[in-house]
Design a protein around this ligand. Structure first.
Ligand code: CMX
Length: 438
């Protein structure tokens, strides 16, 4: 048994009594109330999900297992000569809550390495997708194809104790995560490199192997590590995490759940925003020709976008109320490695120009940039110019956090999700609106 699984088993046994006690002895304690605005308005802010993997503070940003992102980057073991930590270490932290040792990271890297190989039929399904399919569509389809491998589904069919559900879920999670870089890079090769695939190197860590399969040299390995780590989790209520949790609550296996979360991530208000930022900037660039826009021209472009009824991609957030620390981390990387890149300068100018405009417009609750405002610039700079692909990278990272959540969902026996709906008539009655006023 791997070291991680052994540690996890002990953690689960320790944790279960806490959850059981809360439900059995304190189950009726009220933790929130729901308003009409929340019921109609996308359930913003209602406290009705539980996760210990990460917590999003509106001002401070995300904490993974209690650690802020700068702490995560400082404490996790790093490959020699790299500025960014092992992705494997992050997964270990998300699953166990412990900062792993180097040995524990290498043990997990070996586990992933053994599970990397993709069955032939996955390549065939990717090859068979109609041309012009979006990479996220192909990504979800490829993951769905792998569902026949689910260990959880087989064990469930054979009859397994509920207390042991987490074990095959864990096996499925490791099997799938190990394969995601292979799937992602093959989609890239297929769509944009005439199908010329670079074989994976089992001696490289997760991030370095991804960079290798993309055919991009240093420091793209660090870009990949950073990218997967910062996108890994954002507590449970965001659309991708919530979708994964909801689908898994029916005892769907990890392949069905992660493919569903990928579909949620593919929306322009969520993960697709990173490609939208670049598409929007390219539009400005083509309008400007070779000229760099002045600040006033940039302001006009932002207002034109708002006045045409569109959102400014990469800005705003449902929970955050300050600049996203994931944005700041990437910005710092850009300042160190590509300070003079023209696209970075564009994005940096937006940082200055957009928030005051959104404040003046007075609609967005958070005028500051989110993770997606900066991430495309890095990919573009290192040669990944096909921005439709960027959300696939987000998806690989997000799968790490959601998988950790789903393993724990099973371990703690979280049940089928089933909130209650009401009708508009009922809401009007609750609001005291009489028939004559309708
Ligand atoms: N540009 C213009 N208007 C914006 C805006 C932006 N960047 N952000 C919010 N608003 C508007 C909303 O559309 C809404 O308008 P209406 O009242 O007309 O519907 C109003 O401000 C209030 O919205 P909010 O409560 O501040 O934000 P929401 O929780 O409803 O939505 C989000 C959050 C992220 C969808 C929104 O800020 C947005 O659309 N941003 C641009 C897209 C984006 O960057 N998405 C990526 C988010 C991170 C991720 O998940 O990857």
């Amino acid at each position: 048994m791997s070291n991680l699984k052994q540690v996890l088993r002990e953690k689960i046994n320790e944790w279960r009594p806490r959850t059981e006690r809360l439900v059995n002895e304190y189950g009726d304690v009220v933790i929130d109330k729901v308003t009409i605005k929340q019921a109609i308005g996308g359930m913003r802010g209602i406290k009705c999900l539980v996760t210990d993997i990460s917590y999003l503070d509106p001002v401070e940003g995300i904490r993974y297992r209690g650690y802020t992102l700068p702490e995560v980057f400082e404490k996790l073991p790093k490959p020699k000569g790299s500025d960014m930590p092992f992705v494997e270490g992050l997964f270990y932290l998300l699953v166990t809550g412990d900062i792993p040792t180097e040995a524990e990271v290498h043990d997990l890297a070996d586990e992933f390495s053994k599970r990397r190989i993709l069955p032939r039929y996955v390549y065939e399904v990717i090859d068979a997708m109609p041309c012009c399919s979006h990479p996220m569509t192909i990504f979800a389809a490829a993951i769905m194809t792998l569902q026949r491998e689910s260990f959880f589904a087989k064990k469930y069919r054979a009859g397994i104790s509920k207390m042991e559900y987490w074990d095959p879920m864990y096996e499925d999670a490791l099997n799938l995560i190990a394969k995601l870089p292979e799937i992602g890079t093959y989609i890239y090769a297929k769509l944009y490199r005439d199908g010329k695939r670079i074989q994976s190197n089992p001696n490289l860590d997760f991030g370095a192997n991804f960079a290798h399969m993309m055919g991009i040299g240093k420091p793209y390995d660090d870009v990949s590590r950073m990218y997967f780590i910062i996108h890994a989790d954002h507590e449970s209520g965001n659309v991708s995490a919530h979708t994964g949790h909801l689908v898994a609550s029916t005892l769907s296996d990890i392949y069905l759940s992660i493919a569903s979360m990928i579909n949620g991530l593919a929306g322009p208000l969520h993960g697709l925003a990173n490609q939208e930022v670049l598409r929007w900037l390219m539009d400005l660039q083509s309008k400007m020709g070779d000229e760099v826009p002045t600040e006033d021209e940039m302001k006009q472009f932002v207002w034109d976008t708002l006045n045409s009824g569109q959102v400014i991609p990469g800005f705003g957030h449902a929970v955050l109320r300050r600049t996203d620390p994931r944005y700041e981390l990437q910005r710092n990387f850009c300042l160190k490695n590509l300070p003079d890149d023209p696209l970075f300068k564009y994005v940096d100018m937006l940082y200055k120009v957009v928030p005051p405009i959104l404040l003046e417009q007075g609609k967005a609750k958070n005028p500051w940039p989110n993770v997606d405002a900066q991430s495309g610039v890095l990919q573009w700079y290192y040669g990944v110019r096909e921005f439709d692909f960027y959300t696939v990278l987000f998806g690989i990272g997000r799968a790490l956090g959601i998988s950790a959540n789903l393993i724990w969902d099973r371990a703690l026996g979280y049940p089928l999700e089933r909130p209650k709906s009401v009708t508009t008539d009922m809401l009007e009655k609750m609001a005291g609106i009489g028939d004559s006023e309708k």
